[in-house]
Ligand binder design. Structure first.
Ligand code: HEC
Length: 145
């Protein structure tokens, strides 16, 4: 089902996705070392930058503004369960784990048995862009369950 849908998507077969044209210069620079946890969480500038990045790079598969249903997963759910953990230490580790999963998934894409369900974004999206996307998607959780 998923496979059939994605093979029908325009551009789904492209190995390297197009880089979004979004100005990232307003975001605090993060350097070369990849963070495990989103350093921009709740940052209004990152959320707005992430909104534009999402519209250009992710919306066609993951749904407009991460609110509408798309052919691919609802990204607002990634790590949402961490909020239900009562122990703050555990909740924080859970969120870090979900952040790490988010950024490694975006960098590596989703390829199984030779089928590219999602392209890898390594070399296309910077660390700043990926965490801005994560910040935007998380901020959208309040807009819709
Ligand atoms: C060509 C369609 C396509 C595009 C474009 C795309 N994705 Fe995906 N993405 C998918 C599919 C399909 C899956 C689920 C793959 C699977 O079955 O494992 C997925 C999975 C994910 C996951 C894992 C979700 C989970 O619940 O485990 C993350 C995170 C993700 N994408 C982020 C992004 C971001 C951020 C962008 C924009 C930069 C993006 N994707 C662009 C198709 C796409």
């Amino acid at each position: 089902m998923t496979l059939a849908l994605l093979l029908a998507l325009p551009g789904a077969e492209a190995a390297t996705p197009l880089a979004p044209t979004v100005d990232l210069s307003g975001l605090p620079a993060l350097g070369d070392a990849w963070r495990e946890e989103n350093p921009y969480r709740g940052n209004a500038q990152a959320i707005e930058t992430g909104r534009s990045l999402y519209a250009q790079a992710c919306a066609r598969c993951h749904g407009a503004e991460s609110l509408e249903p798309g052919p691919a997963a609802n990204l607002r759910l990634v790590g949402l369960y961490c909020q239900r953990l009562a122990d703050p230490e555990l909740a924080s580790r859970c969120t870090r784990d979900a952040d790490y999963y988010f950024r490694t998934t975006v960098l590596e894409g989703k390829v199984r048995l030779g089928v590219e369900h999602m392209p890898p974004w390594t070399g296309v999206l910077s660390q700043e862009a990926i965490w801005a996307l994560r910040s935007f998607i998380e901020a959208q959780r309040g807009a819709k369950p």
